[in-house]
Design a protein around this ligand. Structure first.
Ligand SMILES: *Cc1c(COP(=O)(O)O)cnc(C)c1O
Length: 342
């Protein structure tokens, strides 16, 4: 069935982003593929990353681990939310291993899988998931593959970064594990002090630029195109779209295009987003609707019904336009796109 909007995902850009992150870190890089690889398709992303040499993958839940399917014997999959009271059956059946986050989870794992390898998250200041440094005595007797902590503000120059680093170093020197891991995409940009033995990028694999260091190195992965349903004129003095927030000063040519907030092109783009028809930039006029958006196309004289426009989805620029984070831009993309891996 023909679909009037498409999402093109660049396989080689994901691989090239992964290689850049690994080189920058100077240690092996894993990959966060939770939330369906930030909305782009976890299985396809894993296959691309396996081909590039990635061997460690992270999801949030056991359901995500199950859906991902089999990995090669030398690759590992970690479930970041650990093993909760309802996860016991899945944790024993699947080959993924949990990243234990609390005293309860540590006790549960010791009871249901004594001696079996796990990862552990230690909280060094984010207060989201992980054992407090004061609780690390509970880890005695576990067989820890990778001991993790996670940065709260790596995308900013915040004093918490150095404080977390110092606390993590103290944990590393007192808890035995095969490897230690600390940095997400932004943490990798902070420098090699943050690398330890393994890094856990997510966002930048998929084209996100969390800090200036990644600019010019991380390539755009996802491209959005939508088809023109109708070209029309908005007469001078009339409005366009819900709420009549755009009013034409003069007769204005508009292309009404097949994408809207139900596709993840959220209302933050209203009167602020843009698209391209060849070399012409077309501004969003008025509010984004559920399934449609109006683009001013005075500049693109030949644009007509059935033509495709490319939505400006360069993540830093789309984030500035919409007020959404680069993470939200990717993870809210809808299910109506024709998804093409190239
Ligand atoms: C999601 C996640 C990552 C990846 O973070 P990005 O900012 O997307 O690079 C790394 N570590 C943990 C614990 C995560 O939850």
């Amino acid at each position: 069935m023909h679909r009037p909007l498409r999402l093109t995902i660049d396989f080689s850009a994901i691989q090239s982003n992964w290689r850049w992150l690994q080189e920058r870190a100077g240690v092996p890089a894993g990959a966060a593929v939770k939330a369906d690889a930030y909305g782009l398709g976890a299985r396809a992303a894993v296959d691309a990353l396996l081909a590039a040499g990635c061997r460690t993958f992270f999801v949030s839940t056991w359901a995500e681990a199950d859906e991902l399917g089999a990995l090669p014997a030398d690759a590992s999959l970690i479930v970041l939310h650990g093993v909760g009271p309802d996860d016991v059956e899945a944790a024993l059946r699947l080959s993924a291993r949990p990243c234990l986050n609390s005293a309860e989870q540590v006790a549960r794992w010791k009871e249901i899988a004594p001696g079996r390898e796990c990862d552990v998250m230690v909280d060094t200041g984010m207060n989201r998931l992980g054992l407090r440094p004061s609780e690390i005595g509970l880890l005695n007797g576990l067989s820890i593959d990778t001991l993790h902590s996670h940065l709260a503000c790596a995308d900013e120059d915040d004093p918490l970064n150095a404080m977390q680093l110092e606390r993590f170093r103290a944990v590393v020197s007192s808890v035995p594990a095969r490897r230690y891991a600390f940095a997400n995409s932004a943490g990798i940009c902070l420098g090699r002090d943050y690398s330890f033995d393994l890094v856990r990028p997510g966002l930048s694999l998929y084209g996100g630029i969390p800090r200036p260091e990644a600019e010019d190195n991380v390539r755009q992965v996802a491209r959005l195109e939508a088809q023109v349903v109708q070209r029309r004129i908005i007469p001078a003095g009339e409005s366009c779209g819900y709420g009549a927030t755009f009013i034409a000063d003069e007769d204005t040519e508009a292309a009404i295009v097949n994408i809207g907030y139900a596709d993840g092109y959220l209302r933050g783009f209203s009167s602020r987003g843009s698209a391209f028809a060849g070399e012409f930039a077309l501004p969003v006029l008025g509010r984004v609707s559920m399934d449609l958006v109006a683009l001013g196309c005075d500049a693109a004289a030949d644009l007509r019904e059935g033509d495709w426009v490319e939505i400006d989805f360069d993540l830093p620029s789309a984030s500035r336009q919409s007020g959404l984070s680069q993470y939200e831009l990717l993870t809210t993309l809808g299910s109506r796109f024709e998804r093409r891996w190239v």
